[in-house]
Design a protein around this ligand. Structure first.
Ligand code: DAK
Length: 259
């Protein structure tokens, strides 16, 4: 991998976009590498939580690579958009929880990458924005769709129409990030959160995510029916049996089996 580093710490994986000279901007090569790592994560049953962050202390991802985009033909722009959307959708559809550790600029495609994650924790110096209209384009990696689902249409429209950058505090206020922390403790905080999730029954956590994601786009009746399906499915797992037996025996489970 040229532009991505990847490591596993127990059951938590950390994926880092690593093009610090270009503030981790996403070019086609980085998107291809990202897609390939996500495929590996999807197959790895020992990864319970994925953390995505950027290299250095200045940027999470400063957007799609403007230099690469500047000379694209219509056909190439389409290919680029299809590639990016495919990779971002793959991230969104991972069944394990994903956390964006936003350590600086999260602009355009960078903001959109964070929107594909389930939880966003930002450092105090983080800045968010969808500046595409200042470059004569629209958000291309799902910004017009996911931002409004997370912060509401009115605020999303304001940010996308103006291209304005907001700081971490404002991002927290509008519900774009879950928490803001000093930069020097960002990864510790994120790892604590990831570890606390990974200590829970992994299959149940996965099913919670699948159920929440399915429920967003359907009517409440369909959502509730789906929830009943995933709930009942838990009763086929060893982890459910072990955890409930342990509760009745007044002891704690050491580690869930993920079965
Ligand atoms: N792409 C390429 N290089 C970038 C970059 C980017 N997005 N952002 C920064 N860099 C590079 C700079 O060019 C500079 O390189 P050198 O000049 O040293 O070679 C280096 O990173 C350091 O940046 P600065 O010197 O500019 O650093 P500053 O601290 O002065 O400013 C900044 C930091 C983040 C405010 C500034 O770099 C900036 O405004 N960057 C651009 C941010 C931006 O506009 N991002 C959104 C990009 S648009 C679509 C698909 C995708 C998308 C849209 C459509 N379809 C195909 C339909 C997505 C679009 C975007 O993401």
């Amino acid at each position: 991998m040229e532009n991505i580093s990847f490591e596993k710490r127990d059951n938590v994986a950390v994926l880092k976009i690593s093009r610090p000279k270009f503030l981790n901007a996403l070019n086609s090569n980085t998107l291809l590498e990202l897609g390939s790592v996500i495929e590996d994560v999807k197959k790895d049953r020992d990864i319970y939580v994925l953390v995505i962050t950027g290299e250095g202390n200045k940027a999470f991802v400063a957007g799609a690579d403007i230099k690469e985009m500047s000379n694209m033909s219509v056909f190439e722009a389409r290919e680029f958009s299809i590639l990016g959307n495919k990779v971002f959708r793959k991230i969104e559809e991972l069944e394990i929880p994903t956390i964006a550790a936003v350590n600086g600029y999260a602009l355009g495609g960078g903001c959109e990458l964070s929107l594909c994650c389930d939880i966003r924790i930002a450092s105090e110096n983080a800045k968010f924005g969808q500046p595409e209209v200042t470059l004569g384009i629209t958000p291309g990696f799902g910004g017009t769709q996911r931002l409004s689902r997370i912060i509401g249409t009115s605020k999303a429209k304001e940010l996308i129409f103006t291209g304005r950058m907001i700081d971490a505090k404002e991002a927290e206020k509008i519900g774009l990030v879950n928490k803001v922390v000093p930069q020097d403790v960002l990864m510790d905080e994120v790892m604590d959160l990831a570890n606390s999730i990974s200590r829970n029954a992994p299959l149940a956590v996965r099913m919670c995510k699948v159920s929440i994601n399915r429920g967003i786009d359907v009517d409440i009746e369909t959502g509730i029916q789906f929830e009943a399906e995933v709930f009942s499915h838990c009763f086929s797992t060893e982890d459910q049996k072990d955890a409930m037996t342990a509760f009745l025996d007044k002891r704690k489970i050491d580690k869930f089996k993920n079965r």
